[in-house]
Design a protein around this ligand. Structure first.
Ligand SMILES: *[C@@H]1O[C@H](CO)[C@@H](O)[C@H](O)[C@H]1NC(C)=O
Ligand SMILES: *[C@@H]1O[C@H](CO)[C@@H](O)[C@H](O)[C@H]1NC(C)=O
Ligand SMILES: *[C@@H]1O[C@H](CO)[C@@H](O)[C@H](O)[C@H]1NC(C)=O
Ligand SMILES: *[C@@H]1O[C@H](CO)[C@@H](O)[C@H](O)[C@H]1NC(C)=O
Length: 313
């Protein structure tokens, strides 16, 4: 008669452990990789346990463009200083749609190129400038799908004297003093692909896990898993390693890219990295885990998940 074997899994949920060094400033990775290291964790767990290296990003969930419309919008707003301090929308334009000019007095006088979302030139042209055009203009670019927002400001002053015309940078924004009745171009140029490309590929959203054995540099790390938003999965290394380390199939819908390492043993120690990469939206982040393996937990602290099976008489 054999003594019943109790399978003990001490599940180490690293959520309850304290990240020892969450970096507040962004550190750029070495070895030609330009991903930003957003967090570093020191983790230790007893041999035989299951470790879950927590890697979450809600941004990877938000940036799933199921409609594939890549909706972007630009709007120019005008802030008038004293006496009434008002903010007004001058015009807006969607990547797919028409340009809207909000006020009748700006029709045929104020405009932006219709091709702005193709060439990245969102500059505003104002013809026949008047004293009432004075104020701080802001060019605002919104990307709904990538959750990006960029703003450029220009201050416009009007003068009646050609001698007073000038342009300078006041430390925060451009300031233009222009002659009344002339035509002015308020610059807003942003040629980043995210604003100008409408047909980028879906498969550029990917999570990679890799591991550096002790003494190995990051650029020589072993790739463990690649999982694409399309569902394509690649696992590397010998079969026992592929069985031992895995991420869930619904990672991209939950934003949970955590790596589970079962039956932790001494050879599993090393530096693990979770890379989240979203080419189109420009997200490129890395979370680093220094994993060490302690001696097996003493029996007294173990709690078997199931009662030992009773042998039939
Ligand atoms: C993390 O662990 C390494 C050695 O494994 C040690 O050198 C380092 O100081 C630790 N960092 C923190 C913040 O505890
Ligand atoms: C942007 O477009 C305007 C015309 O709307 C043009 O005058 C200006 O030179 C362009 N700027 C750049 C940087 O292409
Ligand atoms: C622009 O106009 C504002 C408000 O009229 C004034 O306070 C400021 O001195 C002007 N700046 C320049 C550079 O003309
Ligand atoms: C890893 O997890 C996925 C999804 O749960 C599963 O389909 C796959 O078979 C697992 N891989 C291994 C090697 O166990």
């Amino acid at each position: 008669m054999e003594a019943a074997r109790v399978i003990i899994i001490a599940r180490i949920l690293l959520l309850v452990q304290i990240p020892v060094a969450v970096l507040h400033t962004v550190v750029w990775g070495q070895g030609g990789s330009d991903s930003a290291v957003v967090a570093v964790y020191n983790i230790s767990a007893p041999a035989g346990s299951e470790a879950v290296l927590q890697c979450h990003s809600q941004r990877m969930v938000w940036t799933q463009d199921r409609l594939r419309d890549r909706q972007r919008v630009v709007h120019w707003d005008l802030f008038r200083s004293g006496p009434d301090f008002t903010m007004e929308r001058v015009l807006d334009m969607f990547s797919a749609g028409e340009q809207r000019i909000y006020n009748a007095y700006n029709k045929d006088r104020v405009g932006m190129d219709k091709t702005a979302f193709d060439d990245g030139n969102f500059s505003l042209v104002i013809k026949d400038v008047k004293t009432s055009d004075r104020g701080i203009y802001s060019c605002n670019l919104h990307h709904h799908y990538c959750h990006l927002y960029e703003t450029t400001k220009v201050q416009l002053n009007i003068t009646k004297s050609p001698r007073r015309e000038r342009r300078f940078w006041d430390g925060e924004k451009a300031v233009f003093v222009v002659l009344q009745g002339s035509t002015v171009l308020l610059p807003c140029v942003n040629r980043r692909p995210v604003w100008t490309e409408s047909h980028s590929e879906e498969d550029q959203q990917v999570v990679h896990w890799d591991r550096q054995l002790p003494g190995v540099r990051h650029d020589r790390a072993d790739r463990l898993i690649d999982l694409y938003a399309s569902g394509e999965r690649r696992q590397y290394g010998p079969l026992f390693l592929r069985r031992k380390m895995n991420i869930t199939a619904d990672a991209f819908s939950q934003g949970d890219f955590s790596l589970t390492v079962s039956n932790l043993q001494q050879p599993d120690r090393g530096v693990y990295s979770c890379h989240l990469h979203h080419h189109y939206c420009g997200l490129d982040e890395r979370r680093v885990f220094h994993l060490s393996v302690d001696p097996p937990a003493p029996r007294a602290h173990r709690s078997p998940p199931h009662p030992p099976p009773r042998r039939p008489e």
